[in-house]
Design a protein around this ligand. Structure first.
Ligand code: 5AD
Ligand code: SF4
Length: 471
């Protein structure tokens, strides 16, 4: 069932990488300065993780990290296709690189990721962006060395479209992590759920799990490297192991990672409510390294809409699981994805979503306006919701959730929480920012260096962030 890329294939890529490295080093020597790369990322955590692998491969090929696109000799745009907005941004940014190429004729521009795993977008890039050197879908990521090599030698532009049987797993690619103490760890790729609005199964292919030995080995390496916070990634982590093992699933994997010696925290996302089980919650409750945090996307509060979304759960079954989680893991941080304006969503359906928010009381909600995606069933539904109605519902939802988030956060005032510090806050250089064990954002005064744990007393609350002082 599992398709791991063979050692021979990976070895071939290493040889291409060595050839590119030789060419890059020669060119850098002639120019009297290093060749540099820039990877621009859109979309989800899986894309962030992929970009760290793209960066790792580029570094391995002799490129150094550029401070910005302006001083790069190769730019990779790692795109997202989940919503139209993300595609438009990636296309517009790619458009702006044309003038960089005029300034630096050696510049190579590549577009990759979910957007160009769709034929129509790959064609857009090919025909409307003639200064783009190559584009390739998600399953070609590991072939970056041969792609660059071919472009260098053959001078031909390259456009590689994913096919249905693509999507093998490549182990042991080089990686250059953005952060020394937080890390992503993919446990599986792809998705089999085919929610009717979602393009992911079409662009990331069928679900496939990595071997547990490969995952545990990587987790051990991360911990040995000083990583304190590991987020396990998958579109639906709760179906980990399906088609690969009979009696080993995500809870078993969590237990095995929890067994690794060291002072670190385990998080994971995303859990599909139809596959999240009491066994998962029990495992979280008894494994001391697993963070008290659960991201469980509800999407909508109306069973009728959930059914049309092909989600395979009801609001009641969802709520039952949440109650169980709160009983077993008191103080657990609960977050969700909520979508408004799904085709056919009536005012009554939408009000059920608002009521679900008020009943469930999430710490935080990632909210989305439904975006019509080519080749998905919902795009063909006749009862599309007008943009102004979607916008109005979106604002009403934010308002409701903002009050709920604020009230929950106010409950933390006076309490002391453990925080992993991320250094200076982006908005205010006089304060530090970090995350609590439950994954909540916190801004605080103090002296803690980035990458260290500290204790912070919460003194104030906002809807999306706690405020405090180090003690
Ligand atoms: N439109 C809007 N939001 C979407 N999502 C997925 N597909 C779409 C779409 N077509 C949201 C879902 C998912 C999150 C990652 O993105 O809420 O959980
Ligand atoms: Fe998309 Fe549904 Fe798969 Fe999530 S579970 S990636 S929303 S199809």
């Amino acid at each position: 069932m599992i398709n791991r890329i063979s050692e021979q294939e990976l070895q071939k890529q290493k040889e291409y990488a060595a050839r590119v490295r030789a060419a890059v080093q020669t060119a850098a020597f002639e120019r009297g300065g290093p060749y540099k790369f820039c990877v621009v990322t859109y979309g989800c955590q899986q894309n962030e993780a992929d970009s760290e692998r793209l960066a790792g491969m580029l570094f391995d090929m002799g490129y150094e990290k550029a401070d910005s696109e302006e001083d790069a000799d190769i730019i990779l745009v790692n795109t997202c296709a989940v919503r139209e907005h993300a595609e438009k941004r990636a296309l517009s940014v790619t458009g702006q690189y044309k003038h960089l190429k005029e300034k630096n004729p050696r510049l190579m521009i590549g577009v990759c990721g979910c957007m160009v795993s769709q034929e129509h977008r790959l064609d857009d890039i090919k025909f409307r962006y003639p200064y783009v050197d190559f584009a390739f879908g998600t399953s070609y990521l590991w072939q970056l060395p041969s792609i660059i090599y071919d472009r260098m030698k053959k001078k031909k532009r390259l456009f590689l479209l994913d096919t249905e049987d693509d999507g093998n797993i490549a182990e042991d690619l080089p990686v250059l992590r953005q952060c020394s103490y937080r890390a992503w760890l993919s446990v599986m790729y792809g998705c089999n759920n085919f929610c009717t609005y979602c393009v992911v199964p079409h662009v990331r292919g069928r679900e496939r799990s990595r071997y547990k030995e490969d995952i545990i080995k990587e987790a051990k390496e991360l911990v040995a490297d000083g990583v304190k916070d590991i987020t396990l990634l998958g579109q639906n982590v709760n179906s980990y192991g399906r088609g690969l093992y009979d009696d080993y699933g995500f809870p078993e994997l969590l237990r095995d990672i929890n067994e690794i010696d060291g002072d670190f925290t385990i998080r994971f996302m995303t859990s599909h409510p139809k596959d999240a089980t009491k066994k998962l919650i029990d495992t979280m409750a008894c494994c001391e390294k697993i963070a008290p945090q659960l991201h469980l996307p509800l999407q909508a509060g109306s069973d009728r809409v959930l059914q049309r979304m092909n989600r395979h759960y009801t609001l009641d079954s969802y709520k039952e699981l949440v109650s169980y989680a709160r009983e077993k893991i008191p103080g657990i941080t609960l977050t969700s994805d909520i979508m408004v304006g799904f085709p056919g969503e009536t005012e009554e359906d939408f009000e059920q979503t608002l009521k679900a928010l008020t009943d469930i009381k999430y710490d935080m909600v990632y909210s989305f306006i439904y975006s019509r995606r080519k080749n998905t069933p919902a795009a063909e539904y006749e009862d599309q919701i007008p943009e102004d109605v979607k916008g109005e519902r979106f604002r009403r939802m934010l308002e409701v959730q903002s009050d709920i988030g604020l009230k929950i956060n106010e409950g933390y005032i006076g309490k002391t929480v453990r925080v992993l510090c991320d250094g200076e806050s982006k908005n205010d250089p006089d304060t530090l920012s970090g995350r609590t064990d439950g994954g909540k954002n916190i801004c605080f005064t103090g002296k803690c260096p980035a990458g260290e744990y500290t204790q912070v007393k919460v003194t104030a609350a906002r809807p999306f962030v706690l405020m405090g002082e180090e003690i």
